[in-house]
Design a binder for this molecule. Structure first.
Ligand SMILES: C[S@@+](CC[C@H](N)C(=O)[O-])C[C@H]1O[C@@H](n2cnc3c(N)ncnc32)[C@H](O)[C@@H]1O
Length: 292
């Protein structure tokens, strides 16, 4: 494209050729001139205009390249999710990864931390990494991250994505990966922050209880946990699903009512997600009302 004054025209070879005949240098794709060819060529104003136009042009090109790469990454992630939702719907729980806004709400305990004390962070169910990447971006010196994913295909996709991530490469010795159900995670010390994406509404009560029992064992007095759920999905499920599923959802409902009564400290709505979600924050996990 050739910016001409305020108008941008396609950078057709004849235009470039005409410009170079007039003594105005042109670079492929960044050809600029500030008026009729030759009229102002070589003047200070002409040079300044050329610099500004080429800066604008390069910036616009850069912006579109980043935008395009973002879209390609998003499409790639969506394809992986769609496939896993088809193969493993119970554990995947969704057909789309969470949005940037949802991820930011989930990592609020990291973004809003007040002390510089290093944190031990646990991420459960990273999928393709839409929350892992913002976690890595907000990690500070000394922080450690343990990532646990049940699905080995998600784990491979995550590792591939992180292999090119500058934040990961900077602190990779502080990140550990476990490809197993979180119920089987080796228990070595407590975590300060737990970010969980496990789709509890898809699981039976026994599994949810096992997960929270494990969470209790991995927590201390200061541990903060965030997790999310699609708004109203459980309520809709209790009305429209078959009786057996309805009963299961009622049990999950009363399990969370019990947990929320003493441990829920925040609940925010995020509408900028494929389906709107609630992000919950729990505290005092070491005293959760589940078997110790
Ligand atoms: C709703 S997806 C969320 C993925 C990603 N964090 C996001 O926000 O886009 C749920 C993820 O939890 C994983 N998962 C489900 N049950 C799990 C378990 N018991 N232990 C570890 N990961 C689990 C699934 O494989 C999947 O990656």
């Amino acid at each position: 494209m050739v910016p001409v004054g305020y108008i941008t025209l396609p950078n057709l070879p004849p235009i470039s050729a005409m410009l170079s005949r007039q003594g105005v240098s042109t670079a492929p794709g960044i050809s600029t001139f500030g008026g009729w060819p030759g009229l102002y060529a070589g003047t200070q104003a002409q040079k300044r205009k050329k610099r500004v136009a080429s800066f604008v042009h390069v910036s616009v090109k850069g912006y579109f390249t980043i935008f395009l790469l973002g879209w390609i990454q998003m499409l790639k992630e969506n394809v992986i999710f769609l496939k896993e939702a088809f193969l493993e719907f119970q554990s995947t729980g969704t057909i789309f990864p969470t949005s940037r806004w949802a991820a930011e709400a989930l990592i609020t305990p990291l973004i809003s931390r007040k002390s510089r004390k290093p944190l031990r962070i646990l991420e459960l169910g990273p999928g393709t990494g839409s929350v892992t990447v913002p976690i890595l971006e907000s990690m500070q010196a000394g922080d450690e991250l343990v990532v646990c994913e049940i699905n080995h295909r998600f784990m491979s996709a995550l590792k591939e994505r992180l292999s090119e991530n500058q934040h990961y490469l900077r602190i990779q010795d502080k990140v550990k990966f476990f490809c197993c159900p979180m119920q089987d995670l080796p228990e070595a010390g407590h975590f300060d922050v737990i970010v969980c994406a496990i789709p509890f509404s898809n699981l039976d009560l026994g599994t949810v209880q096992d997960i929270f029992t494990k969470l209790r064992r991995m927590s201390h007095e200061e541990t903060v946990m965030t997790f999310y759920e699609y708004i109203a999905l459980r309520s809709i499920g209790k009305v429209v699903s078959p009786p057996k599923n309805r009963e299961r959802l009622k049990q999950i409902d009363s399990f969370f009512e019990n947990i929320f009564s003493n441990h829920l400290t925040d609940r925010i709505r995020i509408y900028l997600n494929v389906l709107p979600i609630h992000v919950y924050t729990l505290r005092d996990l070491h005293e959760l009302p589940v078997a110790a």
